[in-house]
Structures are given as structure tokens and as C-alpha cells.
Design a protein around this ligand. Sequence first.
Ligand code: BEZ
Ligand code: FE
Length: 295
Amino acid sequence: MNVEQEKGFFTEENSVEVVTSRNAAAKNERLKFAMEVITRKLHEAVKEIEPTQDEWFEAILFLTNTGHMCNEWRQEFILLSDVLGVSMLVDAINNRKPSGASESTVLGPFHVANAPELPMGANICLDHKGEDMVISGRILDTDGRPVADAVIDVWQANDEGFYDVQQKGIQPDFNLRGVFRTGADGRYWFRAVKPKFYPIPDDGPVGKMLRALGRHPYRPAHLHYIIKADGFESLTTHIFDPHDPYINSDAVFGVKESLLAEFRTVDDPARAKELGFSGWFWEVEHDFVLARQAA
Ligand code: BEZ
Ligand code: FE
């Protein structure tokens, strides 16, 4: 950019134009567009809030602490995006589904790649701690036809609200995780235990922010799924217990009406025996509908 194109000196009134005009020579149009929008909205927020110097420094320190909290296992910026509702917004924008397809929700930080592929019906609860549960359903296309060879990667918290990776040495590795592959009928089933609600990691700046805002850090009980099949969009989703105390106030806004499953108790000694359970158990049936990939 040559000097004549510059918008002049910075004032409170022309702040957006002065800053964005500096980006006129940016080669990446998408970056230029994003920075124009961000600058406009950020300046608008600052003008409305009118922070004191101390308040602005507190905001800078918050972001600094958020960065310092990040390491190989902890991504505090993603957590911040989650509690601000931005993760769900980005997910919604990128996963607009055709009518009838199952809805997506957040991935979360507790997925582990390369969980063991298990035979259909396997019990993913390796320490048998908690209330027994059997989960079943079908993987279908939007015309209601079964999807064969769909790969279902499932993971969940235990009956105390902890994932195996949060309790190394307490829970066995790969506890409450498994990968299942459907046959021609598109059916899946496996055994587990009923998960419990749990707090998102709240020992960092995001937890501190939630407390300052009078917000709790809890996610309602859920099972996570990533479902993949050739020719279909991959689906990252959950099913939730609709009776969970936090079902209407998920800390990361991941609950959708269509993801509520029915968790019912079954008291049937013959079925319990067949399933290898010793008494009453929970039963959940839920079908997932995959969207075909665009041609
Ligand atoms: C989870 O469900 O595993 C999760 C999602 C977002 C933030 C923290 C945890
Ligand atoms: Fe989770």
C-alpha cells in the first residue's frame, strides 16, 4: 500500500477504518475479511464497555493464563471456546444436515484414537463398576436403509463422572471405550454402565471465569460417538440422559432435543442372565442417521 492510501491518524471515531485500511495489501482475502470483521466487532465492544486500563490488563492476563494452561493434554482455549458457545456455533455452521440426519455436537477433549475394535455386544466397562447398561440401535441412511460396515467409536465417563484418561492407574486403560463395526443389518449393541454428569476441567482460568460468572462447570451424563461409513459424512455426536440434573444447563451448550435418548430400567432376570448382568439394568435404544456425502 502506498502512503496516500493510509487513512490518517487514529481517533476514537475512525479507529476501525484506520486499522483495517492497514490490511489492504493482505494477499489472503479470507484472512483480510476475517480481520476486518474481528476488528469492527472488537472495537465496537471496547467502545461499549469502555474498560479501564486495569480491566483491560486483567483481560490480557486472563488470555495469558489461558495460554499458559495449555499443554499436550490440556487445551484451555478450546475449553474457552466451548463455554462461550463458539464451539457449538462452529459445529452448527459446518454440520448443517439434510432433513432426518442425526445432529452433531462437540467432540470434547477426552477422545482417544485407536481404542480397541470389539465384537458386537462386548462390555466396554472393564472394571464392572457402576450400574449395568445395554445400548443398542441401528445406523441408517436418510432413506431408512441400514448402513453396513459403519464404524462406531464410543466413549463415556464412568459412574463417578471420570474418563479413564483422568484416572490413570485407577481405571483400566481404554475403560468405557470401544470401536464397533456394523453388519448388513446396520445394527449395533454393546454393554456398559450408566455414565454420570461431570465437571469440565475447571482448575484453570476458564473454571475461574465460570465461578466469577456464577456458572457451574457440569455436563449432563452422556455417551460420545464418532460414526464413520464410506460414502457418508462422519458424525460426531452424543446421546444424553434426559433426566440428568444438568440437562438444561450443559456448561458447553452441547445438548440438542434430538440427542435425548430414553434410559429405562429393566427388571427381567432372564434377560439379565443372558447379558451377564446380576440384577436390574439400564437399557438405551438409539438409532443414528448418517447424511450421504455430496457427490
Ligand atoms: C466432553 O464431553 O468430554 C467435553 C466437552 C467439552 C469440554 C469438556 C468436556
Ligand atoms: Fe464427555
